[in-house]
Design a protein around this ligand. Structure first.
Ligand code: ZN
Length: 547
C-alpha cells in the first residue's frame, strides 16, 4: 500500500515573495481556485502580518476555497498568530503555521536570542495557535544548519505543545540528499512522540537540489512536502510541485508514494501562474517547459515515431498538454470557440466567452493559422480582473531610425473619449507617455517583456509589464498581433489595477499603512516631470492634460 504524501502548496506565500511574482487579491483567488482543481492538500495563502493586502487575500481565499486546508504563516509573536488566525478563521479547514529560526547563526545574528528564549517562543506560539485551531504547523527555520540536538529538543517541545505538523525547512538551499535523509532519520529516532505529528520538508533550490532533497526526505519518512508551481520562491525558488509530483508518479515502481494531485491539471496551473505574473519558465524547465516534450535530434524523432517510450518517460497528455492543432478559422462561431476553449481547460462564462470571441475575430482577421497557444493568450488577455476605467480606443504610432517616435492615443473613460499625443524614444515609450497624459498617473516601468506565443511572422505577441505607481507595483498583460497595441493595453491593465486598488482602499476606509492614492498631493511632480494627479477625496478620478 503506497504512502500518501501531503502536497502543501506555498505558491501564494513563499512563491509570491519572489521578485516579479507579486499578485493582487483577485489574482491570488484565481490561482487558489486552480490549486484546488489541481488537487493540492494544503494551500498556504499568505503571511497576513506582512501587509493589509496579504491579510485581505488570505481572508478571501479562506472564505472561498473550501476543500483544501488553508494555512496562514505567522512568526511566534502573539500579534502575528492572532492576525493570521483572523485571516483564516472562516476557512472550512484552517491551519496556523508558525515558525522561528533554530540555527545558531540566525538566533545570534538575526533574532539576537538565546536557545532557551527561542524554545520558549516556539512553545508559546504553538500553544497560542492551538487555542484557536487543532491544526497547527511548526517550522524550525534554517533547520538544516541547526544543531541537531537543539533541533530535536525544539521539535519535541513543539509536539508536546500541540503541533500536528513539524516542518523541517532547508531555508537557504544548503543541504544535500544524503545529509537531509540523515537529519530526517535522526529526528524520527531521537524525538519522543514524533509519530504524533506529520513530518514535513520545505526545500529551497539554491544549489538546484530542492526536489532531490525533498524526495530523499520522503524516503526517510517525511509525509508532507512543501512546494510551489513552477518552483517560484525566494531567490532560486522552492521545490517545484510539478517535478516532485511527476517524479513520484513516473517512478512509482521504486517510490511507493501517492499524492492527490490531478497531474492533467499541472500544465494549466503552470500557464495560469505565468500568465498572472508575467514570469515564464525557461524552455528546458522539467515537465512544463516549452521543450520538455520536444524531440529535436533526428535519431530521437525517429525513435519517438516508432515507439514513444524510446525517448519519453511520460506523455505530454499526462501533465495536461494538448498536442492537437486547432482548426478554427475566422468563420468559426462562438459555439465552436467555446467548445475548443473548454477542451483546452478553459470553460468560460458567457461574458468571458463574448469577450474572448471578439478578440478571436480581430486576431483571425490578421493571422492565418491560430494555434492553441494563441487561443490561451486570447483567453488570458480577455480575463479582466479589474474594471476597465480606461479602455484603449485607438492607437497610432510611428517608429523607425528617425527619432523621436510619436504616438497618438485615444482612451475611453466613463463614456467619454480623451486624446493625447506624445513623443518618445520608441513607439512604446511614446504611447506610454500619451497614456500618462490622459490618465494623470505617471507610471515607472520596472519590467517589460514580450514574447511570441506561437510561431511565424504573424505570431501573437504577449506583453507583460510591471509598473510602479507611487511606490506600489502592478502587473499588466495583453496580447495582440501588433506589439505596440499589446504594449499599450498591458500598461493600461496595470493602470486600471492601480485605480481599482485606490478605489477599494477608499471604499474600505481602511486604516492601512498603505499609501492611499487619494492622499497624493495635487500636482506633485515626480522625477520625470509633469503633473501627477490621481484621485480626489472621493476617489473619483479627475483628468487633466487633455489634448
Ligand atoms: Zn521558504
Amino acid at each position: 500500500m503506497p504512502h500518501r504524501i501531503t502536497i502543501f502548496d506555498t505558491t501564494l506565500r513563499d512563491g509570491e515573495q519572489s521578485p516579479g511574482c507579486s499578485m493582487n487579491l483577485e489574482e491570488k483567488v484565481r490561482l487558489a481556485r486552480q490549486l484546488d482543481a489541481l488537487g493540492v492538500d494544503v494551500i498556504e495563502a499568505g503571511f497576513p502580518m506582512a501587509s493589509e493586502d496579504d491579510f485581505r487575500a488570505v481572508h478571501a481565499v479562506a472564505r472561498e476555497i473550501r476543500r483544501p486546508v488553508i494555512a496562514a504563516l505567522a512568526r511566534t509573536t502573539r500579534d502575528d498568530v492572532e492576525r493570521a488566525w483572523r485571516a483564516i478563521e472562516s476557512a472550512a479547514r484552517p491551519r496556523l503555521h508558525t515558525f522561528i529560526a533554530t540555527s545558531d547563526l540566525h538566533m545570534q545574528h538575526k533574532l539576537r536570542k538565546t536557545r532557551a528564549e527561542v524554545l520558549d517562543m516556539a512553545v508559546g506560539a504553538v500553544r497560542l495557535a492551538k487555542s484557536f485551531t487543532p491544526d497547527v504547523e511548526f517550522s524550525a527555520e534554517d533547520a538544516t544548519r541547526s544543531d541537531i540536538g537543539f533541533l530535536c529538543t525544539v521539535v519535541q517541545k513543539a509536539i508536546e505543545a500541540g503541533a500536528t505538523t513539524i516542518n523541517i525547512p532547508d531555508t537557504v538551499g544548503y543541504t544535500t540528499p544524503t545529509e537531509f535523509e540523515r537529519i530526517i532519520r535522526a529526528l524520527r529516532e531521537r524525538v519522543e512522540g514524533i509519530g504524533r505529528a506529520v513530518l514535513s520538508v520545505h526545500c529551497h533550490n539554491d544549489l538546484g537540489l530542492a526536489v532531490a532533497n525533498s524526495l530523499a526526505a520522503v524516503e526517510a519518512g517525511a509525509r508532507q512536502v512543501e512546494c510551489t508551481i513552477n518552483g517560484i520562491g525566494e531567490r532560486a525558488g522552492n521545490a517545484s510541485l510539478e517535478e516532485l509530483v511527476m517524479a513520484l508518479y513516473v517512478r512509482r515502481d521504486i517510490l511507493p508514494y501517492t499524492t492527490g494531485v490531478a497531474t492533467t491539471e499541472i500544465y494549466k496551473s503552470s500557464q495560469l501562474l505565468s500568465s498572472i505574473t508575467g514570469v515564464h519558465v525557461q524552455a528546458n524547465k522539467a515537465v512544463v517547459g516549452k521543450n520538455a516534450f520536444a524531440h529535436e535530434a533526428g535519431i530521437h524523432q525517429d525513435g519517438v515515431l516508432k515507439e514513444r517510450r524510446t525517448y519519453e518517460i511520460m506523455t505530454p497528455e499526462s501533465v495536461g498538454i494538448k498536442t492537437n492543432r486547432l482548426v478554427l478559422g475566422k468563420h468559426s462561431g462562438r459555439h465552436a470557440l467555446g467548445r475548443k476553449l473548454a477542451d483546452l481547460g478553459y470553460p468560460l462564462s458567457r461574458p468571458d466567452l463574448d469577450r474572448a470571441y471578439a478578440r478571436f475575430i480581430e486576431i483571425a482577421d490578421q493571422k492565418k493559422e491560430i494555434f492553441d497557444e494563441d487561443l490561451i493568450a486570447i483567453v488570458h488577455d480577455g480575463m479582466r480582473d479589474v474594471p476597465e476605467v480606461f479602455r484603449l480606443k485607438m492607437l497610432q504610432a510611428t517608429a523607425g531610425s528617425q527619432k523621436p517616435s510619436t504616438a497618438t492615443v485615444i482612451l475611453e473613460t466613463e463614456g467619454r473619449e480623451k486624446v493625447a499625443c506624445a513623443l518618445g524614444d520608441g513607439p512604446v515609450a511614446a504611447a506610454y507617455t500619451a497614456i500618462d497624459e490622459i490618465t494623470g498617473f505617471r507610471g515607472r516601468l520596472l519590467d517589460y517583456s514580450i514574447r511570441a506565443v506561437s510561431r511565424g511572422r504573424d505570431a501573437i505577441g504577449e506583453v507583460s509589464v510591471h509598473v510602479d505607481f507611487n511606490g506600489r507595483s502592478f502587473t499588466g498583460k495583453a496580447a495582440s498581433t501588433d506589439v505596440v497595441d499589446a504594449s499599450a493595453r498591458a500598461y493600461l491593465h496595470a493602470v486600471n489595477k492601480g485605480l481599482g486598488l485606490a478605489r477599494a482602499l477608499d471604499a474600505a476606509e481602511t486604516t492601512s499603512a498603505l499609501p492611499r492614492l487619494s492622499e497624493v498631493p495635487d500636482g506633485k511632480e515626480d522625477t520625470v516631470g509633469g503633473p501627477m494627479r490621481v484621485a480626489d477625496s472621493e476617489g473619483v478620478i479627475r483628468l487633466i492634460h487633455l489634448v
